[in-house]
Design a protein around this ligand. Sequence first.
Ligand code: FEO
Length: 164
Amino acid sequence: MISKKMAKAINAQINREFYSAFLYLAMANDAMDKGFKGASNWFTIQFKEEQEHAMKFAAYLQDQGAKVELAALAAPKTEWKDLLAMFQEALSHEKKVTAWICEINDLAIAEKDYATQNMLRWFIDEQVEEEASATDAIWMLEMSAGSKGALFMADKTLGKRKDD
Ligand code: FEO
């Protein structure tokens, strides 16, 4: 059984993961509106992954006999200047998510809650991957600056991302 404080922290993280899903769905929509089908595919897959993250946390709470408490989601914005701005915001959002997960891990350490520390290990590894893939996209888009052909190819590359 986990503490009430831990259940509250994990419920807050469930809300953040669903917000992340919402944010990436908004980016997928805006990328599509701008004619970038590849980037839209990339963000749609990210949208699905974030829901899986939320559900993984929810399953953990239930396994621990704690209540899942869903809360209202903030509305994400609906438009970005360009693809680079979207991925820059995605990276800064992921850095915040990493910090939140580390805070929960700090709490688990303070509470000598070994089960939660183990569960969080997967998320800590996942955050390294999430930050790296947003950074790769930023690098590719920065390299494409000023060239419509290069941007077209970057979008094609983003379109190759597949569901895990
Ligand atoms: Fe669920 Fe992108 O962190």
